[in-house]
Design a protein around this ligand. Structure first.
Ligand code: SF4
Length: 202
């Protein structure tokens, strides 16, 4: 699978200085676990921004959040495929050709986490606080129309810190949590439904 990390030319200088600023950050103890900082994957700016909890071991090795070859990333990838692709399809069906042209708009998405450095289990509250300016800076650059909190930690952080003031928001369960449930497929379908509903009113 191709992993996309695409930044628009207009955003590139800002993104480069964002990375320079945070890749060597030592504001919290999670910096000690960091092999690679895990900034984002997807396209920036984006329509839909998924915010997870913290990079795990495989993300720490690759620098890619929700790596599609890791179990949680594989599930989130499937959720994206079955929501964003279907949504594009509906948009395309309704487009009326104008002056001989048909405009097809594909929703852009990206993924990041509440913290950039690897955490075993949920990141401590103090580390989330330390990484907040980075997350807030990233959201401003991404300019999403919809924030998707992936799991409870992202949900409570976004709400508590008011990061959703300028944008719509929805919440889905974290794929790692889904995998621990008796029927993970049921949880995946719930997340797909939630996201489709949010996209319908975008
Ligand atoms: S998690 Fe965020 S605040 Fe903590 S060291 Fe990494 S970049 Fe800095």
């Amino acid at each position: 699978m191709t992993i996309i990390q695409r930044v628009s030319p207009a955003l590139l200088p800002m993104m480069q200085s964002h990375i320079c600023k945070w890749e060597q950050c030592c504001l919290c103890p999670l910096s000690e676990n960091r092999f690679k900082p895990v900034f984002f994957r997807g396209t920036l700016p984006c329509d839909v921004l998924f915010i997870g909890e913290a990079p795990g071991d495989s993300e720490n090795m690759t620098g890619i959040p929700f790596h599609p070859n890791a179990p949680a990333g594989e599930i989130l990838e499937r959720i994206v495929e079955e929501t964003i692709k279907v949504h594009n399809y509906h948009i395309n069906q309704n487009i009326i050709p104008c002056f001989g042209h048909t405009t097809i708009y594909y929703l852009k998405w990206a993924m990041t986490n509440v913290v950039v450095c690897c955490s075993e289990g949920s990141p401590p509250e103090t580390c989330i606080k330390s990484c907040l300016p980075r997350l807030s800076e990233f959201i401003k650059m991404a300019k999403p129309k919809l924030l998707v909190a992936v799991g409870k930690v992202a949900d409570s952080t976004i709400i508590k810190e008011g990061l959703n003031k300028q944008t719509k928001m929805t919440v889905i369960a974290h794929p790692s949590w889904m995998l621990r449930q008796e029927d993970p497929e049921l949880e995946i379908q719930r997340a797909i439904l939630t996201l489709r509903e949010a996209l319908d009113v975008l």
